[in-house]
Design a protein around this ligand. Structure first.
Ligand code: ARG
Length: 273
């Protein structure tokens, strides 16, 4: 009898040890009883995600916080940089990433995405006196892009994959700096980013060129490890905050205008099928 009791105690201890070791380093339950998720981002992409002092802020941050609140999760953001996002999510060291990440077929093979939450397209940032008028004019010019983005992909297609005229940078701010210092004729990046940059830096005398014939419409999604359970929760929450006006409020705060909710919903319906 005594021996049996001892065995049961030992088994209970073993179970405790195993469950403690098994708890992943990504998410943990915190004081409020809610699960805390580790979010990774590249906070050099204003106004979507950027550093304000030591705080990570932006539209994406507010959007994700609202969705997480709705879904019942707490978030811990970490600014890891662009390329590391895909390593962290691929190895499941992070639970999710928000970073203006465009949903595309190539990425969908390796990762899961939430429902689309933001319409974006690449645009061209040039100096005001530039003669560049469209994407075709970029041939023979030096173009700065952020490495491994859809902007780089578009330039690979237009100018040829290993074209030396495509200068690739770890983050988009460095690409813009390169143009400002005369090392590039143009930057190709998401419209939201280049438009806000040109507007907020009038002294730099820049303009933004749209070329919808050359650049596709893209939608941002939250990035998850493949097979995650979180997708269902976040998709539901995204639908809810679009429905109840929270999304619109956050959009209005960051962009000073109303989002096209009908178009977004149509895109979300398409992605749900
Ligand atoms: N939307 C583009 C892409 O997915 C660029 C995103 C870059 N985001 C960032 N936080 N640097 O490739």
């Amino acid at each position: 009898m005594k021996k049996r009791f001892f065995v049961i105690i030992m088994m209970a201890i073993a179970a405790l040890v195993v469950s403690a070791c098994g708890s992943s380093e990504t998410s943990e339950t915190n004081g409020s009883g809610k699960k805390e998720l580790r979010v990774v981002t590249d906070a050099a992409y204003a106004p979507f995600e950027y550093m304000d002092g030591d705080k990570i802020v932006g539209f994406d941050v507010d959007f994700l916080k609202a969705a997480a609140k709705e879904a019942g999760y707490e978030l811990k953001f970490e600014n890891v940089g662009w390329d590391p996002i895909f390593v962290e999510i691929g190895s499941k060291r992070a639970d999710l990433a928000v970073s203006s990440i465009s949903i595309n077929d190539e990425r969908k093979q390796t990762y899961d995405f939430s429902l689309p939450y933001f319409l974006s397209t690449n645009k061209i940032l040039v100096r005001e006196d530039s003669t560049i008028k469209n994407a075709a004019d970029l041939k023979g010019k030096v173009v700065a892009v952020q490495n491994a983005t859809t902007g780089q992909e578009a330039m690979d297609k237009l100018l040829g994959k290993n074209n030396e005229n495509i200068k690739k940078f770890d983050n988009n701010n460095l690409a813009i700096m390169e143009m400002l210092s005369g090392g590039a004729d143009a930057v190709v990046a998401d419209n939201g980013v280049v438009e806000v940059y040109a507007k907020n830096n009038p002294d730099e005398k820049l303009k933004v060129i749209e070329d919808n014939g050359s650049f596709e419409a893209e939608y941002y999604g939250i990035l998850f490890p493949k097979g995650t359970d979180l997708k269902a929760d976040f998709d539901k929450a995204i639908k809810k905050i679009v429905e109840n006006g929270t999304y619109e409020k956050i959009y209005q705060e960051w962009f000073g205008q109303k989002p096209n909710i009908e178009m977004l919903k149509a895109e979300q319906d398409k992605a749900s099928k």
